[in-house]
Design a protein around this ligand. Structure first.
Ligand code: FES
Length: 145
């Protein structure tokens, strides 16, 4: 067992790095506004099992996520999962982000022990909810034109 691995032998150095130096923390101040070709979606989800809450906001331009932010109230792995999720989805087409998976989050964090399997699921749900929110806002905007 190295100094960066847990009792199950999982290397947690990536989780520690994202927990201690989280990327893309925050919100978008204009989260309620949608501009021409620019939009924002917000997905907020909670894990029933532990009470943790994760919010991921995306900014979309020309069908692609150009920026993402998160705010997470939860365990260190949930914070790391949301941090790495915001990095992973930046630059991706919305259709691809719609299929974003928790396995990808786990892999990007070097693999997670079973006890922490719902933390990346929260990230998957938050990312997908952000996309759905964006799509919904776009539809509302179109219907009011
Ligand atoms: S323990 Fe709740 S999301 Fe990690």
């Amino acid at each position: 067992m190295s100094e960066h691995s847990d009792e199950h032998g999982h290397d947690n150095s990536l989780v520690r790095d994202h927990f201690l130096n989280p990327r893309n923390v925050g919100d978008f101040p204009d989260a309620d506004g949608v501009g021409v070709g620019v939009g924002v979606g917000v997905g907020e989800v909670g894990a029933v099992s532990c009470g943790d809450v994760m919010r991921i906001s995306i900014r979309v331009r020309d069908g692609r996520v150009v920026e993402a932010r998160f705010r997470t109230f939860g365990c260190g792995t949930a914070i790391a999962a949301s941090s790495v999720a915001t990095e992973l989805i930046c630059g991706r087409a919305l259709e691809e982000v719609r299929r974003f998976s928790n396995e990808e989050v786990s892999a990007a964090l070097g693999g997670l022990p079973p006890a922490k399997s719902h933390c990346p699921i929260l990230a998957e749900e938050a990312v997908r909810a952000a996309v759905e929110d964006y799509v919904r806002r776009q539809a509302v905007q179109r219907s009011t034109k």
